[in-house]
Design a protein around this ligand. Structure first.
Ligand code: MV4
Length: 454
């Protein structure tokens, strides 16, 4: 039983978690930095504890301070949200040692899935399709070049502790290999303190399709269908939708089965996400597994009718899943647009400042998850996402029309936002026909802006 839960996060996801707890009768403790004294999550929680100065390293990333706040408040559980400490195996381990329920999988599971090469090998052994590549760490460029030739060009060189694109380089020919390897390895060494590398064949123009799974401590594992997250820039997703225009009922069943197999192979418990690359011909491959609740979870909530944060908390309390696989029906179509304080015309430069006027859309089939309000001052320390606008329609076309209408209503004065840019993506003929892949934003001019290839 969880009586009191501490939210080790800020912004809209902290608010989202507080709301789930309130409905479940669980007391909430917010932690906040000095820059978040006036934030919505600080005000909405039953209790709030200041854990340090604005910079994340001195507050939301500081494990000692968060554990102190947990002990002082008497919270019996921690929800880490996303980002910050959410996928930190050491933090989950400290929770375990302190007898605090971590809302997420066990620390060993987080550690093994955090190593992308171990994860790849686990999935391959379990029969989940992986991209042809190396099964063992590649120590140097010379060994790598030999392996790359066997795999076949183009190849992608990845850091074992990578993810989110850091420590990753492509090589389209043997001539490009050595420099690509050295650059990727140096970056990995600096970013993760570990230069362990592996190599895969580089899949060109795939979609990013991820499957939401739920697994309870009794061994039940189900999937909740897919999200298409192909519209992204610099590994930051911009629009997510469920279902994907590229996934038929038959393919959903195939990929869903693989996702459940992947979760079981990892001994996974709680909510998780299996990322796949999907080729035009329907071939799909495991890429990585995320062990946190994700930003884009609301699109899955809307097409399945489930509350994923409540499911996470129930699972962490040792309860069984509230549904079985055959209860899961995908209904209608949901789209999420991330609204960021940034200027697309200035290379998406973040735009902190004060919100001087605000109107957010509403009405049937429209949901806004946010922590902003009129007069809110956006601190410069954290990421630029201000709100998530989520719509639900009977089908993809209806959902697109609803999203365009909703985006058209948004007023956020005082800072630059990507709202108009989002509107222009939804207006694009290729987006509308579902003709998209992970290169979409670098192969289309959106509102006069084309994103440079990374
Ligand atoms: C790939 C790939 C193509 N082929 N692996 C991006 C971050 C990390 N999750 C792995 N990533 C990729 N791995 C092979 N073998 C292309 C990407 C990739 C990507 C994947 C999903 C969404 C956007 C992306 C943008 C660039 C590269």
């Amino acid at each position: 039983m969880i009586r009191k839960l501490l939210i080790a996060n800020r912004g809209e996801i902290a608010v989202r978690i507080i709301r789930a707890c309130r409905e479940m009768g669980i007391e909430t403790v917010a932690v906040y930095s000095e820059a978040d004294r006036e934030s919505l999550h600080t005000q909405l929680a039953d209790e709030a504890i200041c854990i340090g100065p604005g910079p994340s390293s001195e507050s939301y990333l500081n494990m000692e301070r968060i554990m102190s706040a947990t002990m002082v408040s008497g919270a019996d559980a921690i929800h880490p949200g996303f980002g910050f400490l959410s996928e930190n195996a050491r933090f989950a381990e400290i929770c375990e040692q302190c007898n605090v329920t971590f809302v997420g999988p066990g620390s060993e599971v987080i550690r093994n899935l955090g190593n992308k090469q171990i994860a790849r090998n686990t999935m391959k052994a379990a029969g989940v399709p992986v991209i042809p590549g190396t099964d063992r760490p590649i120590p140097d460029a010379k060994t790598g070049a030999r392996e790359a030739k066997k795999i076949g060009y183009p190849v992608i060189i990845k850091a074992a502790l990578g993810g989110g694109g850091k420590g990753m380089r492509t090589a389209f020919s043997p001539e490009e290999f050595e420099l690509a390897f050295q650059t990727a390895q140096k970056e990995a060494q600096i970013a993760f303190g570990d230069g362990t590398m592996y190599i895969e064949h580089f899949v060109e123009h795939p979609r990013h399709i991820e499957f939401q799974i739920l697994a309870d401590s009794q061994g039940h594992v189900i999937h909740l269908g897919e999200r298409d997250c192909s519209i992204q820039r610099n590994h930051q997703k911009m629009i997510e939708e469920s279902p994907s225009a590229a996934v038929s009922e038959k393919l959903r069943n195939q990929m869903g089965k693989a996702a459940v197999k992947a979760a079981k192979a990892a001994h996974y418990v709680n909510a998780g996400t299996i990322e796949f690359l999907l080729e035009k011909n329907g071939n799909f491959y495991f890429m990585e597994m995320n062990t946190r609740i994700q930003v884009e979870h609301p699109v899955t909530e809307w097409v399945t009718g489930l509350d994923l944060v409540k499911e996470q908390i129930r699972i962490a309390s040792g309860e069984a899943l509230s549904v079985t696989q055959k209860d899961v029906k995908i209904q209608g179509h949901a789209i999420e647009c991330r609204i960021n304080a940034e200027n697309p015309r200035k290379n998406f430069r973040p735009s902190p400042g004060t919100i001087t006027a605000l109107h957010l859309p509403g009405g049937q089939g429209i949901r806004v998850d946010t922590g902003i309000y009129t007069g809110y001052r956006i601190p410069p320390y954290y990421d630029s996402m201000l709100a998530k606008l989520i719509v639900h329609g009977e089908n993809r076309q209806d959902a697109i029309a609803k999203m365009k209408s909703a985006l058209g209503e948004v007023i956020i004065d005082g800072v630059d936002t990507n709202v108009d840019y989002q509107f222009d993506i939804l207006n694009d003929p290729d987006f509308q026909s579902g003709n998209l892949d992970i290169e979409f934003l670098s192969t289309h001019e959106i509102g006069g802006v084309r994103i440079n290839e990374v």
